[in-house]
Design a protein around this ligand. Structure first.
Ligand code: ADP
Ligand code: MG
Length: 295
């Protein structure tokens, strides 16, 4: 099973199957088998493992690697502005948030059921972080995902319409298993942008899951969509199968920066105190220090 080192004419002949094997494995797109077969063969020989187990081990390695590669590709294609997970999410910082519900959502059954999630709350409370973490969980569980801000999405839709490729973009937006629309309400949409966004939500109704984050309560959504009627129709669809994440609270950013400022302040006053002590000590040691600035 191991390949003899290339030595002389017989070695050259022995290398031919190895070259052919590498070629075939590349063609079959089995990069892990190609990379690992010699090492696993040495281990198999050492442990007295039979051919079937040897092959099984190699195939398992290929499968694991393939799953990892596919997940990585899914994460890249989701276009997350940053990769964040619930591992770094501090639930204690936002006591209003239903942790049990969030952890349940992280299992992604709502994606399979084509339900929606709406995270509502003031700025800096972790809505985008939670949406990114849910998106990452979806990618890891095999669901194609796309992350986009409401403003960017409406611009992309308008651009696509102008360039006569709206249907193509709409099809792409419909095909992902999870669409994440972040920051609805931060920037008012144009009339056309609002209508096109409405169409996306409407086309996905009961066909694919959506996560929306917004700093605005539902009552204020008409100001984003510029129409009471459109907003009513939209909310009707969006909230039919929905999990609401209440995320009002103290801004995490603000809290962090206040804490940092306080820490810096304490450090400064400590320094000032130390400096004052040093000055006092120096004054005591040299009660009549000469004035160096004398002319
Ligand atoms: P929002 O989208 O609600 O305005 P973000 O999700 O952008 O807020 O949060 C602002 C910053 O604070 C981000 O860097 C985010 O990772 C962090 N953050 C917010 N809430 C939490 C939290 N509960 N635990 C850890 N980090 C948080
Ligand atoms: Mg945000």
């Amino acid at each position: 099973m191991t390949i003899k080192p290339d030595s002389g004419p017989s070695g050259t002949t022995a290398a031919v199957p190895a070259v052919l094997l590498a070629h075939h494995l590349k063609q079959l797109k089995l990069p892990t088998v190609l990379r690992e077969h010699e090492k696993v063969a040495r281990e198999a020989a050492r442990d007295g493992v039979d051919h079937v187990r040897y092959l099984l081990r190699l195939v398992e390695l290929e499968l694991l690697d393939r799953e990892r590669r596919v997940t990585e590709r899914r994460i890249r294609e989701a276009r997350f502005p940053a990769v964040k997970s619930f591992d770094t999410f501090d639930f204690a910082a936002i006591p209003n948030l239903n942790k049990m519900l969030v952890l349940e959502l992280a299992r992604c059954e709502y994606v399979a059921r084509r339900e929606n999630v709406i995270a509502l709350g003031n700025s800096g409370t972790g809505k985008t972080h939670a949406a990114l973490a849910l998106g990452l969980a979806a990618c890891q569980r095999g669901f194609s995902t796309l992350f986009v801000t409401a403003h960017a999405l409406s611009s992309q839709l308008m651009e696509a319409r102008d360039e006569k490729r709206l249907l193509k973009l709409q099809a792409r937006l419909q095909n992902v298993k999870l669409l994440i629309v972040d920051e609805l309400g931060y920037v008012p949409l144009s009339q056309v942008g609002a209508e096109l966004l409405f169409e996306v939500f409407s086309q996905r109704y009961e066909r694919g899951a959506i996560i929306v984050t917004s700093n605005l309560p539902f009552e204020e959504w008409p100001s984003v969509f510029r129409s009471q009627r459109l907003t009513g129709a939209l909310l009707d669809r969006l909230t039919h199968h929905v999990h609401i994440l209440e995320m009002n609270g103290e801004s995490y950013r603000l809290k962090q920066s206040t804490r940092r400022r306080r820490a810096v302040g304490a450090e400064q006053s400590k320094t000032t105190g130390a400096e004052q002590d040093a000055i006092a000590a120096a004054a005591q040691d040299h009660p009549a220090a000469p004035n160096n600035q004398s002319p």
